[in-house]
Design a protein around this ligand. Sequence first.
Ligand code: NDP
Ligand code: MG
Length: 381
Amino acid sequence: MKSITLLGATGSIGLQTLDVIAEHPDQFKLYAIAFGRNIKKAQEIINKFNPAKVVVLDETIRQALQIHNSYTTFLVGKEALQEVSADPNTDVLVNAVMGSVGLEATLTAIEHRKQIAIANKETLVTAGHLVMDAADKYEVDLLPVDSEHSAIFQALNGESYRDINKIVLTASGGSFRDKSREELLGVTVADALKHPNWSMGAKITIDSASMMNKGLEVIEAHWLFNMPYEKIEVIQHKESIIHSMVEYADKSVIAQLGTPDMRVPIQYALTYPQRLSLSSSKSLDLVEMGELHFSKMDLNRFPCLDFAYQAGKTGGSMPTVLNAANETAVDLFLHEQITFLEIENIIEHAMLTHNNIQNPNLETINAIDLEIRSKINESYR
Ligand code: NDP
Ligand code: MG
């Protein structure tokens, strides 16, 4: 029986993780949750799963929640994310919060040698070197939840990284894949939130439309699989059936396929190296699909992907800048304070005006993250 601590329980990945936990009550027990402001969902989760610990942002949220047992306790504040991640009763940490707020929790869980299922890709983008150094030092596996990275992880099973020609990440193209740059001028938040294949949180849906999501995934793949950027390729594949692939030295390609359902990679990260049944997921019917499509990614059409490659190759503090500028710009867009195309202008400007710092420590990363967010918010809010 694995005892699970779930950060971001009320979100898209969080709720699907709870589906997986509920399907296997003999394998998993929900020990602790953390969430942001969705009190209604949190109350439903507490009523159904009775977690022993509930992390809340502040006192107001704590007072809005009702507990019907004698053993659930509350922890308040950002530091409590680390406390539950280090808790001796936590076997597996599922980090499914949105944004770089998840960084310290990931680092703490590594230091306490927890099994970590990582959905929170911003953690790896903003401080990949710190996370991977710690994972090496404490000999902890980071098990990917992101579908592309789960696919690569599965395709790599047992093989040496040295024998790999390249990793190929597939991209659905997001909500605006059929629109020209001119057509992007007038798009609205509602348009951007309509993803063709996946139902996800708002921020990652906008990232998919701008192709920044794939950019963040390139950096995530670089760190998780110790792969140089030159060996990470992105191609467009609109059906999201091939979740990603690996080409080996002998040109043999191993891909992982399946219907688009995040519960599959979530469950694999929880059960690895075993597999369990998953009744809610559908079998892939390739005959019914008939055709799969692939095309080249156009970096002029999707400059955010180019920015991410540049930030990743530059290294140092540049990926922190990319991530902080993107998180802030997407939030401004979601609040209708900037247009969709301004997202990329803001990121480009932040990167161009940044004096890069090599090998930044946690303090420097947090300071840069804050500085970038404040500068952008001062200019646009
Ligand atoms: P959502 O926006 O749906 O959920 C985010 C979760 O984080 C919510 O539970 C939210 O709480 C919580 N949260 C936000 N801020 C805080 C905070 N300060 N402290 C504690 N909890 C907080 O996002 P997704 O589930 O879509 O994505 C989560 C992560 O997984 C992201 O990094 C994303 O890139 C990644 N991912 C998501 C995929 C998907 O299919 N959704 C696929 C692959 C990766 P509340 O809602 O209560 O405010
Ligand atoms: Mg993905």
